[in-house]
Design a protein around this ligand. Structure first.
Ligand code: UD1
Length: 419
């Protein structure tokens, strides 16, 4: 199995081009199932989760053309014959649940394996089910499958008791083909929801309010062919900017969407970085200084993203002072803590709060990645640790970061993948 070896000590310098967002491209690829003609998606990052999604779509019978070089995927849903998302795909990628709404809306039936638990928490699917039931679906959960059926879905009023990105996306997609108007209240406001809505609108959907907590969808009879370019990945951007700040360097993220990074840039400024935004470029300059420890509370957008929590924890490990990190979204998202402590970090955990006492130096050691963003935090820690840090189980990383070693090497990091 591949490993990544990082030799710490070099401040990162230079420019890095940001890829399309993983969390936008996955729902958008699922949304292509709603159309009655081919949909072309561009700015598609080369990620393992994208390959899993295209396998899922092909398995349903869709025609999928994937041009890896150009980052372009064209899905022709006209040949879809199956409505089953099997266990072996869903268990490797929870986002497979995002075919539930589109299949149900377009074909009147969907069977999606239950994703089950995952490393960062229980992550149930009750909100997805209740929301689709509000549009008239009949749903049962048996033999490890969610089985959903409906004639044409009808518009309804969905009020989420908890904000869920995935459940908002599922019901948003389903509502586009429903009979009548759907109101979604307490909707997730993530930029990826806005990007999905923009793609659906290009396909002919009638959607207002995406990006706010009330989304209104007027159902249409059909959705047609479209081309959509995926939004820049704000989590990838944030990861490189934290890497710059931690190493005392200066990095410009090019092709980014600074407007989606509010809470992250604000925390970087708090840590002492100079942050400059110029169009689609954002620069973090730490001028060789050590970051100050910062406090973080994760919350739904526009709050601080849980997907950046592990990376900021890595920064706090070598910052001046003590910073607290409160994880409010997922109940088990501190698995990187014990690995960071192997590198010499000083962290206390008390329920959902981690207190990180900054140390002057970390020391390289073998560590193990436990989930996607945890892997990124270990690479960041390795960039500032003395000597070599070897990160095992990096398949998590390949699910969500495109060419991360090449991009970091381009900024001067000493990093390589070894077999
Ligand atoms: C998405 C992102 C993930 C990010 C997360 C939170 C994708 C592909 N993944 O995941 O990277 O970390 O948003 O920003 O976009 N919940 C329920 N019942 C449900 C659904 C969710 O209780 O039916 C809970 C979850 O356990 C969690 C919270 O709601 O505590 C938020 O989860 P949700 O927003 O649904 O996350 P995902 O869409 O799975």
């Amino acid at each position: 199995m591949d490993k990544i070896v990082v030799t710490g000590g070099t401040p990162l310098q230079g420019e890095v081009r940001i890829s399309g967002a993983k969390n936008a491209v996955l729902p958008i690829l699922c949304a292509t199932l709603l159309a009655d003609a081919p949909v072309e998606v561009t700015n598609v990052p080369h990620l393992h989760d994208v390959l899993t999604t295209t396998r899922l779509l092909s398995g349903l019978g869709a025609g999928v053309q994937h041009d890896l070089e150009r980052g372009r995927v064209t899905v022709d849903p006209r040949s879809v014959t199956s409505h089953v998302a099997p266990y072996e795909l869903v268990r490797t990628m929870r986002a497979s649940i995002l075919v539930l709404g589109p299949l149900l809306a377009r074909y009147g039936a969907a069977e999606v394996s239950l994703p089950g638990g995952c490393a960062i928490g229980a992550r149930p699917v009750d909100l997805h089910i209740k929301a689709l039931e509000a549009l008239g679906a009949t749903i049962t959960v048996e033999h490890g499958f969610i089985r959903a059926q409906a004639g044409r879905l009808r518009g309804g009023h969905v009020v989420f008791e908890t904000i869920s990105v995935g459940a908002t996306e599922n019901v948003l997609m389903a509502a586009t083909l429903a009979d009548g108007t759907t109101l979604i209240d307490n909707a997730a406001r993530e930029p990826e929801i806005v990007d999905l809505a923009e793609c659906l609108i290009a396909m002919g959907a009638d959607i207002r309010g995406a990006g706010t907590s009330r989304i209104e969808v007027r159902g249409v009879e059909r959705l047609h062919a479209a081309t959509h370019a995926v939004i820049a990945d704000r989590i990838e951007t944030g990861t490189f900017l934290v890497a710059a700040a931690m190493t005392g360097g200066r990095v410009t993220a090019v092709g980014a969407r600074p407007d989606t990074l509010g809470a992250v840039l604000e925390r970087l400024r708090h840590a002492g970085a100079t942050v400059e935004v110029d169009g689609d470029c954002v620069t973090v300059d730490m001028q060789g200084r050590r970051p100050r420890a910062i406090d973080i509370v994760t919350s739904p957008h526009p709050g601080f993203p849980t997907d950046m929590q592990a990376q900021f924890m890595a920064m706090n490990c070598i910052a001046e002072g003590t910073g607290t990190i409160d994880e409010t979204i997922f109940e088990n998202r501190f698995m990187h803590v014990s690995e960071l402590m192997r590198l010499g970090a000083e962290i206390d955990i008390d329920g959902p709060r981690a207190s990180v006492h900054g140390v002057e130096r970390l020391s390289g050691a073998p560590v193990m990645a436990t989930d996607l963003r945890a892997s990124a935090s270990l690479i960041l820690a390795g960039l500032v640790a003395d000597g070599e840090t070897t990160i095992d189980r990096i398949y998590h990383l390949d699910r969500g970061y495109e060419h991360i070693e090449q991009k970091l090497s381009g900024l001067g990091a000493r990093i390589q993948r070894v077999k």
